[in-house]
Design a protein around this ligand. Structure first.
Ligand code: ZN
Length: 177
């Protein structure tokens, strides 16, 4: 009986580990080439200085766009700036994909990491085709490159904890003497 219990526990641990296996980062395009970074910049269209860029711009040419993590599509919309865009929620974080020509998902869809969600394009205010890619933590835009680097380093279980704000990483400050 005890032995059976042990086997069952082992099986459930394996099943749990496998479910976290699917929680891994995928890059948003087949090729990752940055045209423009996150933060203040001179705007490429208006030429205004010190305009906050809420994401990064990635080189794209009618490429398939992939969901970076498993999540739920919370917005499929269009505006004059970002053009056609998609927002996917992943726990406390969300990812934004803009200037799309075509989207394959609808609000409420559940996607896996690497699911094809759209085709890149040049809708909205652009000088040329690219993918605008952003990451938000709750309501605040954060540096997507830093987050992609971090997400890529975590295993499935660590990523699950992190995305749901169940752990916070230590800041580089002295904890005291
Ligand atoms: Zn952009």
């Amino acid at each position: 009986m005890l032995c059976l219990l042990k086997v069952l526990l082992l099986l459930s641990a394996v099943a749990q580990a496998q479910s976290f296996d699917k929680l891994k980062l995928s890059i948003p395009l087949p090729e990752f080439k940055i045209n423009s970074g996150f933060g203040n910049r001179t705007h490429p269209v208006t030429r205004s200085m010190n305009v906050f860029h809420a994401g990064i711009d990635l080189y794209a040419r009618s490429d398939t766009v992939f969901a970076i993590l498993p999540g739920k599509v919370i917005k499929v919309s269009c505006d004059l700036i970002t053009g056609n865009y998609i927002i996917i929620a992943h726990g406390a974080y969300s990812s934004v994909y803009g200037h799309l020509s075509n989207s394959f998902v609808s609000v409420g869809d559940l996607v896996a990491s690497g699911t094809s969600i759209a085709i890149s394009g040049h809708t909205g205010r652009v000088t040329g085709e690219h993918l605008h890619f952003g990451i938000k933590h709750k309501r605040r835009f954060i540096d997507p490159l830093r987050m992609l680097y971090l997400f890529g380093k975590l295993n499935g279980y660590e990523l699950y904890l992190f995305l749901n704000d169940l752990v916070e990483f230590e800041k580089d400050s002295c904890p005291g003497d």
